[in-house]
Design a protein around this ligand. Structure first.
Ligand SMILES: Cc1cc2nc3c(=O)[nH]c(=O)nc-3n(C[C@H](O)[C@H](O)[C@H](O)COP(=O)(O)OP(=O)(O)OC[C@H]3O[C@@H](n4cnc5c(N)ncnc54)[C@H](O)[C@@H]3O)c2cc1C
Ligand SMILES: NC(=O)c1ccc[n+]([C@@H]2O[C@H](COP(=O)([O-])OP(=O)(O)OC[C@H]3O[C@@H](n4cnc5c(N)ncnc54)[C@H](O)[C@@H]3O)[C@@H](O)[C@H]2O)c1
Length: 457
């Protein structure tokens, strides 16, 4: 006999716990199942520990530049154990916060173990079978490990195991030059490792515009990160000094010898071990659960939220999925996934803040464009801080005056982008921003100026 609940939530990532809070507050009984670490990827192996490490790397980098600011210091050395201990505290505090919240939630029963469907309404966790009227899948994803020749014969790191390093790598070779690879590349370089990024595409972070990719490459190379683009036939072999990573098809050499290898070649959804076939839930070719605009799967009482549905790959999109599901089920508010404007940041230093379309996307849309740009060397706040790398770029539809997108690569770019995003959500023309008075001196202060200086493109 299975124990019955109004709702079953699989996964304690970014959507599940908050949904448990709303459902139980509405008087429903909830079973929440987590197989490993409460808080999921963001809290344990993603955003929080990486941004804690990025903060250490920034402090160390700024200390090295201390003399420029009038600081009298000796040589800066890095206590990697302390960096990792600081990161550890950040993630453990967050993890235990989520865990104790769920375990003390009235009407919520927490099951610890791997969940697997036995039928459209039944889920097994270990030797317990439970059933639910509605089932919410929030199982996230994990690092994809491509079948590179030799990959199984060498030790390699992913974003999960890199968090447990006890020694600073002498030479960290990173496969994949996108969000994960670049954040780790810069921070480990600042900690003192030699770092090589190997990317198969012709430029870094290929989803961004070429001018953004080029500027990021310049920023990283200036700090001594080695970058190998257009890498073909990536392969691995053991070497007396660690691992040999082949980067070219021409036989044997050239290769890069690293003490450690980190794979950062994308993520795959945790949907292959859920027994979805027994529930009749459909997935696409990449394993993402297919959902409609309200996050219902092909089985109407089963929903999928967060990275496992392939509709977003960020903490804020996973959380927004919770908001959409809760609004529709509990508030009679028809919020939709397609209401969402793409937005995210890349946390290298300086960060890249992004909203809406890239220039390449906007050009492909066939609209008549106007573009405004400004280098950070002409942003007073950046000059005062001595952080002038990067630029601001904004895109506007010339016919409708609608803001189509923006990229801010520069100090404070992750925060300044939000003022543009809010005007996009308000569906107001760009002239709303040109008439706004922003605080001096801030990076945001120059955003009206950039919009006031558009050129046809
Ligand atoms: C290195 C790195 C840095 C990142 N930095 C950022 C950032 O700065 N900003 C940002 O917005 N995003 C960032 N992300 C992405 C972000 O972490 C994810 O988008 C987010 O965590 C997705 O949340 P989720 O709820 O979908 O899944 P997850 O957080 O992955 O949670 C899924 C949970 O489900 C559990 N689970 C899986 N299968 C089962 C099962 N069968 N039974 C029971 N439990 C199960 C898992 O153990 C996990 O706890 C980063 C990711 C990485 C890897
Ligand atoms: N700041 C943030 O918000 C943040 C930070 C880190 C990660 N994330 C999330 O995690 C997700 C995954 O990040 P990611 O950087 O691993 O993936 P990604 O999909 O963004 O990039 C993978 C990179 O690896 C390369 N690659 C793929 N297969 C390869 C192969 N066989 N050989 C060589 N190179 C190969 C690709 O060309 C690409 O540049 C992102 O989509 C993002 O949503 C977000």
């Amino acid at each position: 006999m299975s124990k019955h609940f109004d709702a079953i939530i699989i996964g304690a990532g970014q959507a599940g716990p908050s949904l448990a809070g709303r459902l139980t507050a509405a008087g429903k009984t909830v079973a929440l199942i987590e197989r490993k670490l409460f808080g999921g990827t963001c809290v344990n192996t993603g955003c929080m520990p990486t941004k804690a490490m990025v903060a250490s790397a920034y402090a160390i980098h700024t200390a090295r530049r201390g003399a420029e600011y009038g600081m009298v210091t000796g040589a800066v050395s890095v206590d990697f154990a302390r960096v990792m201990a600081r990161k550890e505290k950040v993630r453990l505090d967050a993890r235990s916060g989520v865990e104790s919240w769920l375990k003390s939630m009235k009407n919520c029963t927490v099951f610890e173990g791997h969940a697997r469907f036995e039928s459209p309404t039944e889920v097994r966790v270990g030797d317990q079978l439970i059933s639910g009227d509605e089932i919410f899948i929030n199982t996230g994803g994990r690092a994809a490990v491509p079948d590179f020749p030799g990959v199984d014969e060498v030790p390699y790191l992913t974003n999960t195991s890199v968090m447990d390093l006890s020694e600073l790598p002498e030479h960290l070779v990173i496969i994949g030059g996108s969000y994960i690879g670049l954040e780790f590349a810069q921070m480990f370089r600042r900690f003192g490792s030699e770092v090589t990024v190997i990317e198969k595409a012709q430029r870094l972070i290929g989803r961004e515009d070429p001018d953004v990719s080029d500027a990021i490459r310049d920023i990283l190379e200036k700090e001594g990160v080695h970058i190998r683009l257009s890498a073909e036939c990536i392969r691995f072999a053991r070497h007396k000094d660690g691992v040999a990573a082949g980067v070219d098809c021409t036989s044997g050499a050239p290769e890069v010898i690293g003490s450690h290898v980190l794979l950062a070649t994308g993520r795959r959804p945790n949907t292959d071990d859920l027994g979805l076939d027994k529930a009749g839930v459909k997935t696409d070719a990449r394993g993402n659960i297919e959902v409609d605009d309200f996050l219902r799967s092909s089985v109407p009482h089963i929903f999928a939220m967060g990275d496992c549905n392939g509709r977003g790959a960020f903490t804020h999109t996973a959380y927004n999925d919770f908001e959409i599901v809760a609004a529709n089920l509990l508030d009679n508010d028809p919020r939709r996934v397609t209401d969402r404007i793409p937005t995210y940041a890349l946390y290298i230093d300086p960060p890249l803040g992004r909203a809406g379309m890239t220039e390449s996307d906007a050009r492909k849309s066939g609209r008549k464009l106007m573009i405004g740009t400004r280098p950070m060397t002409r942003v007073g706040r950046a000059v005062e801080k001595g952080e002038t790398q990067g630029f601001i770029k904004v895109l506007v539809d010339a016919d409708t005056e609608e803001i189509l997108g923006a990229s801010i690569l520069g100090t404070g770019g992750d925060e300044a982008i939000q003022s543009i995003l809010d005007v996009m959500y308000a569906k107001r023309p760009y002239t709303t921003i040109t008439r706004a008075v922003h605080i001096h001196p801030t990076v945001s202060e120059l955003i009206p100026t950039v919009f006031g200086d558009l050129s046809p493109a």
